[in-house]
Design a protein around this ligand. Structure first.
Ligand code: PXG
Length: 294
């Protein structure tokens, strides 16, 4: 059976969930989105995702035509309508329908849709073996061009990076910023573990303020590993004891090689594994219940 999609205030069958070819989300990538996980009937870190969605929208001067309360409700209703227990939720807000010019003031009404679907989980072997990733030549958009904190629909920068990684046979693309400092991966944040410390680049270096990243920054100190944001060069990654990536879809994934260089022991490291175990535990305990409230 097909999915029910939330589209501009209604739940419609996926065959009917269509947006106009004049929608500026399509014409220009003008819009914002989120990717959220549902674990055992609970939405993980929903409030933080809503914070980021509204902040991204505000940054591009897009007024979301739903209050935060209405948006929360719409997400919950969409999950319920599809009877999902575990899955992936994709809220999208576009600039809406306009003319062929790019001026957003000619788009009177933003388009809002929410897809809640099952998720294709990454195979367990990926977590056991770790990923081999590589640096790409495509640099992160400079923050004064397009700030990495905006989770916009304009993903070409990341897609070009991903294409390069694919061509080179890497599982993910490691992206540097315009200064040659480590920013993040095409669709995940990056962390290094050095002498027991858990390190990740600050958002001003070109990283998205990832929700999973934030969980790790909170979780690590609670487990006895100091964690902080710091500028990183490739040197710090190449010589790290452990490297891992974080993202809503991937959760916490070990990286065992970068640019063909083996990281640490070449196996997923103990701190990475510990963080992953605790992260999985957290996803079982936390979250906004979808079915128990009215
Ligand atoms: N950086 C970028 C550029 C991202 O797109 C993350 C970091 C991780 O953030 P969260 O909040 O998820 O911990 C993302 C994640 C996918 C996919 O299919 C992932 C993302 C966007 C679109 C698709 O894996 N964003």
């Amino acid at each position: 059976m097909g999915l029910l999609i939330y589209l501009d205030g209604r739940l419609v069958p996926e065959e009917e969930a269509k947006v106009s070819v004049f929608d500026h989300g399509l014409l220009y990538g003008d819009g914002v989105f989120e990717g959220i996980r549902l674990y055992s009937g609970r939405i993980f870190r929903l409030e933080q995702h809503l914070d980021r969605l509204y902040e991204s929208a505000a940054s591009i001067r897009l007024v979301i035509p739903l209050s935060r309360e209405e948006f929360r409700r719409a997400i919950i209703d969409t999950v319920r309508a599809n009877g999902l227990e575990d899955g992936y939720i994709r809220p999208v807000v576009t600039r809406g329908v306009g003319d062929l010019g790019l001026d957003p003031t000619h788009c009177p009404r933003p388009t809002v849709f929410i897809i809640a679907s099952r998720i294709q989980l990454y195979p367990e072997s990926l977590y056991e073996q770790g990923l081999r990733i590589g640096t790409v030549s495509t640099r992160k958009n400079a923050p004064d061009s397009l700030n990495s904190r905006i989770k916009s629909l304009n993903y070409l920068n990341n897609i070009l990076a991903k294409l390069e990684a694919n061509e080179a046979g890497y599982a993910e693309a490691l992206m540097l910023n315009h200064q040659g400092l480590v920013a993040e991966c095409a669709a995940d944040n990056i962390f290094a573990v050095r002498r027991g410390e858990v390190l990740t680049p600050p958002t001003y270096a070109g990283a998205l303020a990832g929700i999973t990243r934030q969980v790790v920054l909170e979780l690590a100190p609670a487990l006895g590993y100091p964690a902080r944001e710091t500028l990183l060069t490739l040197h710090e990654l190449y010589t790290a004891d452990e490297v891992f990536m974080t993202g809503t879809a991937a959760e916490i994934v070990p990286v065992v090689a970068i640019d063909g260089r083996i990281i640490g022991s070449g196996q997923p490291g103990p701190i990475t594994r510990h963080l992953r175990r605790e992260f999985v535990e957290l996803t079982r305990k936390e979250g906004t219940p979808v079915y128990s409230s009215c």
